[in-house]
Design a protein around this ligand. Structure first.
Ligand code: GLY
Length: 304
């Protein structure tokens, strides 16, 4: 962890590339740079630490070895004692198809991730999530709620990239589409510490969420663009359009954020869920909109 640009730069010069430079705080999913060269890493340090866009999150940075593999999001409900895993999901962080362009908060997500076996889930629970939650309890800081582990599945097994004390966005959308138990009941069981007695049920179906973003996102974008076609999606089976960055303006729905809509569908397998989600996406439009065309394509293969 570094608070000083010169020391961070020296450290980078001693290490091999690629190398990862991260803001040590919340940065809307945009505070991570995977630098392929020394110069790129040094530039990332300067941008994070001196650029005003990251505020306090950029005052301290973390420089880490670059892990290779594929990333998954493993979320659990916990009341501090009982831990109930959610199905594994995966988001697509880069802005453009084929995992190109800068990182975003997430341009889409899907669940399940076919490459993650039951055994791998058991390892993620036993080696990572249980020690984290039990450790917090032992340190007198019990954790209750939703814990999000961002993991890299490497040839040496799962490694932690980050923990978040929240649902993932857009991972929440496919997970909530698959959740059959009332979320409020689960949250009440967490609050009352009776998760052990609760049955949390999930659909066997797959779910895919496609994020529709404002023109220019993840950089500068304009708000206030009128969104049309939302009503045409209402008749589609097993489709929910989650509003992320929208507002109401004189009876019209307009854009009000970088990630505007999370168009999400359930299906018998990822292929059907994708087809349904994109059918809905094709009915919606707003000026400047963009979205990835490959969400869930080759699901579980690789999205580093
Ligand atoms: N989609 C990444 C996150 O929610 O942190």
């Amino acid at each position: 962890m570094f608070t000083d640009i010169e020391r961070a730069t020296e450290y980078i010069r001693e290490k091999a590339t690629p190398i990862v430079v991260k803001a040590d705080g919340l940065a809307a999913g945009k505070g991570v740079v995977v630098a392929s060269t020394e110069e790129e890493a040094v530039q990332a340090v300067r941008t994070l630490m001196t650029g005003r866009i990251f505020g306090d999150a950029g005052k301290r940075i973390v420089i880490e070895e670059c892990l290779s593999g594929y990333e998954v999001s493993f979320l659990v409900f916990t009341d501090g004692k009982t831990i109930v895993p959610m199905p594994v999901s995966q988001d697509h962080k880069r802005v453009f198809d084929g995992d190109r362009g800068p990182n975003t908060g997430g341009m889409g997500a899907y669940s399940p991730v076919p490459t993650v076996s039951r055994e791998l889930c058991d390892t993620m629970m036993a080696a990572i999530v249980e020690p984290a939650i039990n450790g917090l309890e032992e340190e007198g800081c019990p954790y209750e709620g939703i814990l999000y582990a961002g993991l890299m599945i490497t040839s040496d097994g799962p490694k932690v990239l980050e923990f978040n004390c929240r649902f993932g966005d857009p991972e929440a959308q496919p997970l909530l589409m698959r959740l059959e138990t009332d979320l409020v009941e689960i949250i009440e069981a967490v609050i009352d510490k009776r998760l052990e007695a609760s049955a949390v049920r999930w659909s066997d179906k797959a779910a895919v969420c496609v994020v529709m973003a404002s023109g220019g996102y993840p950089d500068q974008y304009q708000n206030g663009k009128v969104i049309s076609g939302l009503e045409d999606t209402q008749a589609l089976k097993d489709v929910v359009v989650f509003h992320a960055g929208t507002a109401s303006d004189n009876g019209r729905i307009v854009t009000a954020g970088g990630r505007v809509l999370g168009v999400t569908a359930l299906g018998n397998g990822i292929g059907e869920a994708r087809a349904r989600a994109y059918e809905a996406v094709n009915k919606i439009s707003f000026e400047g909109m963009h979205y990835r065309k490959d969400i869930g394509k080759g699901a579980g293969v690789i999205h580093e």
